[in-house]
Design a protein around this ligand. Structure first.
Ligand code: GDP
Ligand code: MN
Length: 401
């Protein structure tokens, strides 16, 4: 599960990773009681990246502008998600921006340290300078230092960046995380470093062992709820979320069939089911992980629902072939592919899926080729065209019969 930036920064603060003074904003009028001096930056708290480019990060100089900017950001969906809260933070004058991360390498099953002397919103430039150190033994400050040197840092910055990497690594291990990322790490003209943005991904299988993390991610905003029944459901969601459950995902079992169907949208699901019937196929369980079934309070994102959906649908032992049909905005398609690849690696390695289990992914996304790349080691056929997806699915079903 991805934490929101302000939640990640709470963890950073506990670890003494430098962060700026900030305040959570539940509604635009909260800005009238802002305790941070202007200028400040207002940031949309959604899980998607690319908030800067999408207009979800705004700098303001006074209360009137801040309230107006907050109103705009609250009404701006980013990759389909509206922020429930904003973060108001002191503005920082960064001279340079770095990228730092600690991530679990699913292939090597080892943590790796990543660093780039170019951080910020231009992903291509960040990647070009990216350096990597695999932590292949017991961790020591040596690993962090090696990365800082590989990044080409000099003088006091070597120590300053290694110190932060060490703390990021401690956090990563202590809380069983999948990812700790700082992008950008601001560097001031005097060489002071500051985490300007933070991303933390908790491991879904391990989060239950960390009550403090569960508490952090289920703390919802103080904004008035739409009505009592939604507030009630919200409490239910918090309880269920603690158990790692997503009550809004309902699996529909169908008798006799052997094709699992997972789509993001009710219309898409019905169309896909129709086409399967037309081709002579029989659906087994089917599932909608789309946004239409979401309420404003839902603390989940499409990635999480996809992962949860995959788990639910593969519990149905009648599912021999799984057809996943997804329409994604912007870059989300690539992330969906990564979720599927990770899911496959996790389940296949634990022998929780039959050897001959097959998946077809029909993906509509501008990131189709990147998605293809992410799935190249998985037994997943990825296609763009729906008819082709149905055709391939039927081919697999017949080859099993
Ligand atoms: P993202 O686009 O979702 O990764 O959001 P970020 O939090 O990284 O914000 C986008 C960009 O805004 C960053 O790359 C920084 O260049 C800039 N930024 C964010 N926070 C601050 C801040 O406190 N001070 C300054 N000067 N720039 C910031
Ligand atoms: Mn960022």
């Amino acid at each position: 599960m991805d934490l929101l930036e302000y939640q990640a920064k709470e963890l950073f603060r506990e670890m003494d990773i430098p962060v700026l003074p900030s305040q959570r904003i539940d509604r635009p009028t909260d800005l009238k009681g802002l305790k941070i001096p202007y200028p400040v930056v207002l940031k949309s708290q959604v899980r998607a990246g690319g908030r800067g480019k999408a207009g979800g990060v705004k700098f303001v100089e006074n209360t009137i502008d801040a309230v107006a900017a907050a109103q705009t950001i609250f009404h701006l969906p980013i990759v389909g998600e509206y922020p429930e809260v904003l973060l108001a933070e002191a503005k920082y004058n960064a001279d340079r921006e770095f990228y730092l991360a600690v991530v679990l390498d699913a292939g090597a099953r080892r943590p790796i340290l990543l660093g780039s002397k170019i951080g910020g919103i231009d992903a291509e430039a960040v990647m070009e300078q990216m350096q990597l150190v695999v932590v292949d033994g017991e961790f020591s400050p040596f690993y962090a230092r090696r990365l800082a040197l590989k990044m080409g840092l000099e003088g006091n910055l070597i120590q300053a960046v290694s110190d932060i990497l060490e703390k990021m690594y401690q956090l990563f291990v202590q809380k069983d995380l999948d990812l700790v990322e700082i992008n950008p790490l601001g560097v001031s003209a005097t060489g002071e470093v500051m985490a300007l943005d933070g991303k933390v991904t908790a491991n879904d299988d391990a989060i239950a062992r960390h009550p403090d993390l569960v508490k952090l991610v289920t703390k919802t905003s103080n904004r008035p709820k739409m009505n009592a029944s939604i507030a009630q459901s919200s409490r239910m969601t918090e309880e269920k979320a603690a158990e790692g459950d997503f009550p809004m995902l309902t699996l529909h079992p169908a008798r006799d069939g052997n094709i699992g169907v997972l789509c993001n949208g009710a219309g898409l699901l019905l169309t896909t089911l129709d086409l399967i019937y037309l081709a002579g196929g029989k659906p087994a369980s089917f599932l909608n992980i789309g946004e239409a079934i979401l309420q404003a309070w839902t603390p989940t994102v499409l990635c999480d629902r996809l992962e949860r959906g995959l788990e639910l649908i593969t519990r149905d032992k009648n599912v021999e072939v799984l057809l996943i049909n997804l329409h994604c905005h912007a870059t989300a398609g690539d992330r969906m592919a990564v979720v599927i690849a990770e899911y496959w690696q996790k389940r296949a390695s634990k022998a929780r899926l039959p050897n001959d289990f097959k998946m077809i992914l029909r993906l509509v996304s501008s990131e189709f080729s990147r998605a293809q790349e992410s799935l190249k080691d998985c037994p997943v056929t990825i296609v763009e065209n729906l008819e082709q997806a149905i055709h391939q699915t039927m081919g697999l079903v017949k080859s099993k019969a």
